[in-house]
Design a protein around this ligand. Structure first.
Ligand SMILES: *Cc1c(COP(=O)(O)O)cnc(C)c1O
Length: 243
């Protein structure tokens, strides 16, 4: 692998090529650096190389890095599973929460945002592969959540996010990405109150070009930019330290 800057440049080229292949404007796609387990110095390299966004998975890690201004001037998205008791740390502090998957979580975000006097943009996470191990709402459960948005003016639903199954073979996830795009378009046509379908967050290091070909507006890359993560420890690095 190259340096972080080289990796960012290469990812950009691949995103642009995949977009053009699909007849899309490469400017429609934002590159999000999935920064989990990477410290401020490495994040700064990605930001300097021109990623559009940073995305963090764990609230603890997000707060520790935010405290040292690790993401500036990039805006940050929350992309990990969000527990209700951590909502207060994230609402109003990130541009977009990608991982909303229950009416209870929507209600919780709405209340916190209303108390702060802000409107929190969110995506609904869809478990498109129907995997028991993954969070996300099933496609069948989406209409109920979309309807619930009307009663939650503290948030605004901006689109959908998915983490499809790990591919055994290249290209396998295209079918999932196409289904996501179809859901996205169908919802947009139905015009739910307080729902704007303009972001489709899908595609990670192994499959982002396919995701772009299928309509992604945000791709989330970790390994392709930063190299493999060190999972020697089950826990994220302790508060304030980054490996
Ligand atoms: C870690 C992570 C990514 C990036 O994964 P890579 O395969 O390393 O690119 C993207 N999205 C989410 C939600 C993640 O947790």
């Amino acid at each position: 692998m190259g340096t972080i800057a080289e990796n960012v440049r290469l990812a950009r080229e691949r995103i642009a090529a995949a977009a053009r292949e699909a007849g899309r404007d490469p400017g429609e796609i934002r590159l999000l650096a999935a920064t989990k387990m990477n410290g401020p110095e490495r994040i700064a390299q990605a930001v300097a190389a021109g990623v559009d966004l940073c995305g963090e998975n764990r609230v603890q890690e997000f707060l520790a890095k935010k405290a040292v201004n690790a993401y500036a001037p990039c805006s940050v998205h929350f992309i990990g599973h969000l527990q209700k008791n951590k909502v207060k740390n994230v609402v109003g502090a990130v541009e977009l929460i990608h991982s909303v998957d229950s009416a209870e979580l929507m209600e919780c975000i709405h209340r916190r945002a209303a108390a702060l006097g802000v409107v929190q943009d969110v995506l609904l996470e869809v478990n498109i592969g129907g995997e028991a191990s993954k969070s996300g709402v099933s496609p069948d459960g989406l209409p109920a959540l979309l309807s619930a948005a009307a009663a939650c003016p503290g948030l605004r639903v901006r689109g959908l996010m998915t983490i499809p199954p790990v591919e055994q073979n290249r290209g396998e996830n295209r079918a999932y990405f196409r289904r996501m795009y179809q859901l996205f378009v169908d919802i947009r046509e139905k015009k739910y109150d307080n729902v704007l379908m303009n972001e489709l967050s899908m595609g990670m290091s192994d499959d982002y070009e396919d995701a772009v070909r299928c309509g992604a507006t945000i791709v989330r890359l970790g390994t392709a930019l930063f190299g493999p993560r060190n999972y020697d420890t089950q826990e994220a690095p302790p508060h304030g330290t980054f490996g």
